[in-house]
Design a protein around this ligand. Structure first.
Ligand code: ZN
Length: 407
């Protein structure tokens, strides 16, 4: 394994979209496209045959020799949130290519091995995540995506079309599950658990899925000077109570692996001299245990209705997204575990709080997700850091896992 190449190549990707406060390669932006083109060049240099599907997913293929060969698929993404880091996604793409290069050096394999760079994994630009892998497994929703606009008013479909990808042809991106043996992704943990418990490798058993709510609190906008305190219907006061209730409820469900966050608050009219008449909140609830997520959701709804009544501020709740947690393939977990034993690397079976492309792939093929530690759990930030030793351990585990699946 060419260790220096791996570290250097991650450094090369970090130059694409670099700004003062981080790396910005938004979904279907020129920067993401540039990173994909660089990945294409590297795949071709390695001797892979590269194709691009209708969703803009880039796929490099190493041909297997068996007559009934199936595809062993690995990969990740190259887009980032605004001011993101060097490792999220990139480790899985560069690590995947390094693994395939090592497999090539070992001689012909029975099965095909493919490396995929998924389009638009991050939701920052359009509000929809894992676009490329959704398209690949038939979960694309171009009609809905067409209504999703970025800050400049450009729709997701337009942004893709600008780069030459026609969402009218998204059906062509769907992969035939019968032809795929397994999918394995290498990724930084994006959380603090591995570093804190001093494990080299995380073997993911389940991926939490988000339930997202849009909450609108209607109060009565009024003059902040002349409206008596006991006659107000202050929407922001109710919103503040809801934020605290969400935190308290989620703390009570934390032991079941569930978390909840109020990440959006919009105040109207947002003026110093007006009692807030309306507030919109965005709430994100996640867990790996579906019934715990449902319980958390119900508790939040109950608390909101109590607050709405008590404060005389009507509240409406809209469920934007409610996805079921994904359980990953048991056999693959055991395979990766076996590899860790062979390589004498400490490992931890764990859950993923964040969504990944693996989540979609798991709906149609056996799928696995391998985590490496990242410093202090920091991710989606310029301070995101994975130590070279941890990256190389991850690539070694990925390499042997792919070898077992493909040989
Ligand atoms: Zn990622």
């Amino acid at each position: 394994m060419d260790k220096q190449w791996i570290i250097d190549t991650i450094g090369q990707f970090a130059k694409i979209g670099i700004g003062e406060k981080g790396i910005t390669r938004l979904a279907f932006s020129d920067e993401e496209q540039q990173a994909k083109e660089y990945a294409t060049k590297l795949m071709q240099q390695a001797g892979l045959v590269v194709r691009v599907d209708a969703a803009g997913n880039v796929i490099g293929r190493l041909e297997g020799t068996a007559e009934d060969a199936k595809v062993v698929l690995t990969g990740s993404h190259l887009d980032t949130p605004p001011d993101g880091g060097r490792y999220d996604g990139v480790v899985g793409v560069v690590g995947g290519l390094a693994a395939i290069k090592e497999l090539m050096a070992r001689g012909p394999l029975d099965n095909h091995v493919e490396l995929v760079v998924f389009s638009a994994e991050e939701s920052s630009r359009f509000g929809y995540a894992t676009i490329g892998s959704k398209a690949m497994v038939g979960l694309a929703n171009p009609a809905m995506w067409n209504r999703a606009k970025d800050q400049d008013g450009m729709s997701l479909n337009e942004a893709a079309a600008r780069l030459g990808f026609s969402f009218a042809d998204l059906k062509d991106a769907i992969q035939d599950a019968e032809k795929i043996k397994a999918f394995v992704e290498l990724h930084i943990e994006g959380g603090p658990l591995l570093e804190r418990t001093q494990h080299s490798i995380g073997i993911v058993e389940a991926i939490a899925a988000p339930t997202r709510l849009r909450i609108v609190i209607d109060g009565q906008a009024a003059h902040s000077g002349s409206t008596p305190m006991d006659e107000r219907q202050d929407a922001l006061v109710s919103a503040a109570m809801i934020v605290l209730a969400v935190q308290e409820i989620a703390l009570g469900h934390q032991h079941e692996g569930t978390v909840a966050t109020v990440g959006i608050m919009r105040v109207f009219p947002n003026a110093m001299n007006v009692v807030p008449g309306r507030v919109e909140l965005g709430v994100d609830i996640r867990g790996v245990n579906h019934s715990s997520v449902i319980d958390t959701l119900q508790d939040i709804k109950d608390a909101i209705s109590t607050i709405a009544d008590g404060q005389e501020t009507p509240v409406s709740i809209e469920v934007l997204v409610s996805e079921k947690p994904v359980v990953l393939d048991d056999d693959l977990v055991l395979t990766v575990e076996g590899v860790c034993h062979e390589l004498e690397l400490s490992f931890l079976r764990m859950n993923s709080g964040a969504g990944h492309d693996t989540m979609n792939m798991a709906r149609i093929v056996p799928a696995g997700l391998i985590f490496i530690p990242c410093h202090e759990g920091i991710s989606h930030n310029i301070d995101e850091y994975a130590a070279p030793e941890d990256i190389l351990n991850g690539v070694a585990v990925l390499t042997e896992t792919l070898y077992k699946l493909a040989k």
